[in-house]
Design a protein around this ligand. Structure first.
Ligand SMILES: Cc1cc2nc3c(=O)[nH]c(=O)nc-3n(C[C@H](O)[C@H](O)[C@H](O)COP(=O)(O)OP(=O)(O)OC[C@H]3O[C@@H](n4cnc5c(N)ncnc54)[C@H](O)[C@@H]3O)c2cc1C
Length: 251
């Protein structure tokens, strides 16, 4: 961040950020949803999750969470997604999703998650990169919660998506070091690895996407370096409302 001010009346004044930025005037409190999965609460992911929640709340934003491990979220999609039935003979999920949208027929666990997405201005996903993608529980959350009719469909996708005007950001950790995630390097370009999530999930339902927060190889770092990364993340989050969306790129 190159500079910032808080006006005397408590409203935010003008900000310019070092990264891709937009000018912020009078931006008020944001509603932030943090969706998090890791099987170990004391993990570095757990520390990043708590850093995000505490920092955003301290900055005056409203924070809600989906701690998928803590909730015991069931990631396996099926008829249990619904309280209603359109076709009892053949399960076609998107047909049942459209029917549930029209009849208020989502199961309570799915309805609660969709409502949180509808509520938020900014959604953050905190997770470890597993097999170049989302860990299964978070992927299953997307499978069950991004329901046709309610979150996309009828031409309401991408730039016309249901969640237009909202922002999303991935916050992830890797096992590999940063130098392994460059174009032509050992694992290749991290932007390309994340594109199916950025483009095929988040932008598909209408979100603008902020630059991902990536903690490369926390296991390889010293305790001091890890603490510094948490401090850097907190520092970024204190100006997050001023960041401009990134160009996700094309396939
Ligand atoms: C199935 C599977 C698939 C995988 N696929 C990939 C892949 O495709 N690409 C890839 O790069 N990696 C992959 N990995 C590795 C994985 O991404 C990393 O192990 C993970 O991202 C590391 O994050 P963590 O939160 O689990 O770290 P942890 O091991 O939980 O934490 C690292 C260190 O941080 C410490 N720590 C916790 N809290 C704090 C704090 N507040 N301050 C300072 N230190 C703290 C912990 O004590 C620990 O020493 C895979 C792993 C699995 C199991």
């Amino acid at each position: 961040m190159t500079g910032g001010s808080i006006a005397g009346d408590g409203k935010r004044g003008f900000f310019e950020l070092g990264r891709a930025s937009r000018k912020c005037y009078e931006l008020s409190v944001m509603k932030v949803l943090v969706v998090y999965w890791h099987p170990e609460p004391r993990s570095f992911n757990g520390a990043m999750f708590r850093t995000a929640c505490e920092t955003l709340a301290a900055a005056g934003h409203e924070v809600r969470t989906s701690d998928l491990h803590g909730m015991g979220f069931d990631p396996v999609s099926g008829r249990k997604n619904f309280t209603t039935v359109k076709d009892p003979d053949y399960l076609k999920l998107q047909i049942e999703e459209m029917n549930a949208t029209e009849t208020n027929g989502f199961a309570p666990d799915i309805e609660a998650e969709i409502a949180k997405i509808e509520w938020c201005d900014l959604m953050i996903w905190q997770f470890p990169l597993w097999w170049f993608g989302l860990p299964a529980v978070l992927k299953g959350w997307v499978d069950r919660v991004f329901a046709m009719g309610r979150t996309y469909g009828g031409g309401r996708i991408y730039e016309s998506g249901v969640f237009r005007g909202k922002q999303a950001m991935l916050s992830l950790t890797t096992g590999g070091p940063e130098e392994a995630y460059q174009k032509g390097a050992f694992n290749g370009d991290i932007a390309a690895i994340l594109r199916p999530i950025h483009r095929g999930m988040l932008q598909f339902v209408g979100f603008d996407v902020l630059q991902p927060q990536i903690a490369y190889g926390p296991v390889r770092s010293t305790d001091e370096e890890r603490k510094q990364r948490l401090a850097d993340y907190a520092s970024r989050l204190r100006g997050i409302e001023c960041e401009a969306p990134m160009d996700v790129g094309i396939y």
